[in-house]
Write a protein that binds this ligand. Structure first.
Ligand code: IPD
Ligand code: CA
Ligand code: CA
Length: 255
């Protein structure tokens, strides 16, 4: 099945790459900083079409189309373009993210880093890969020597969940904090040891599903800010190389 995820992520990625830098229609979702382009929709259409043809009985949860529910133990969780703001502004950091769950458990995940042409893939209990190379989380064990990453939800101006205060604490205590604009790529970089940790609030299931499995299969840990297990519907996520996890939890819990 992982081959199907890879195939369709590449096909959707091709649509995204071809649209990059071209003129495309842009609409606004919940405010003037929450965009959706016609390329998001075309990419999603391609992925849904593939699944419905090959696995007509499966359920689908896709960012733009919503839930397409069937009576199935399988659920495909799709972000057809993660990093739409980057895409629309000409910043080449965006991805296609596809996760597959069976009975609520993620069994496969693929994130396609479109402009670097890298397929990140993972299957449950089978490791994580960047193209064909096995990847592992970093071995750094202290926050002061760590490069971290975060992101902000579209209602960031309201400072949800003390997002700015948490950003400040992490910035003061780590080597540096980055903000890339594609949560799925943030997870991949934790999985391959570029970042020691990633945290964010108010992510959506399609931002989390594939990336969480990638980090876990690369030897990392993904939890809530208090260390408890999370599902793809959780609103606070902390992903790390495991070694800095406790230290990150202490810093994120600022009351
Ligand atoms: C967004 C990106 C971004 C994160 C936002 C997400 P989208 O997804 O993953 O990094 O900070 O919270 O909504 O809208 O580009 O698919
Ligand atoms: Ca997203
Ligand atoms: Ca998206």
């Amino acid at each position: 099945m992982i081959d199907d995820l890879i195939e369709i992520a590449k096909e959707a990625g091709e649509i995204v790459r071809e649209g990059y830098g071209q003129t495309f229609k842009v609409e606004f979702k919940t405010g003037d900083n929450n965009l959706v382009t016609e390329i998001d929709k075309k990419s999603e259409h391609k992925i849904i079409d593939f699944i419905q043809k090959k696995y007509p009985s499966h359920s689908i949860l896709a960012e733009e189309r919503g839930e397409l529910k069937n009576d199935s133990e399988y659920l495909w969780v799709i972000d057809p373009l993660d990093g739409t703001t980057n895409f629309a502004h000409g910043l080449p950091i965006f991805s296609v993210s596809i996760g597959l769950q069976k009975n609520g458990n993620t069994i496969a995940g693929v994130v396609y880093d479109v402009m670097r042409n890298i397929i990140y893939s993972a299957e449950e209990n089978a490791g994580a890969f960047a193209n064909d190379k096995k990847i592992k989380v970093s071995q750094s064990d202290s926050i002061s020597k760590s490069l971290l990453v975060t992101g902000f939800p579209y209602n960031v101006k309201e400072n949800p969940e003390k997002a700015f205060e948490r950003f400040e604490v992490m910035t003061r205590n780590s080597r540096a904090v980055r903000r890339l604009g594609s949560a799925a790529i943030d997870f991949c970089y934790v999985a391959e040891g570029v970042f020691e940790g990633f945290w964010e609030v108010h992510l959506q299931p399609w931002d989390i599903c594939a990336g969480k499995l990638l980090v876990e299969e690369a030897g990392g840990l993904v939890t809530d800010f208090n260390g408890s297990r999370i599902e793809i519907f959780s609103k606070r996520i902390l992903a790390s190389n495991k070694l800095v996890h406790t230290e990150m939890i202490e810093m994120l819990n600022i009351g």
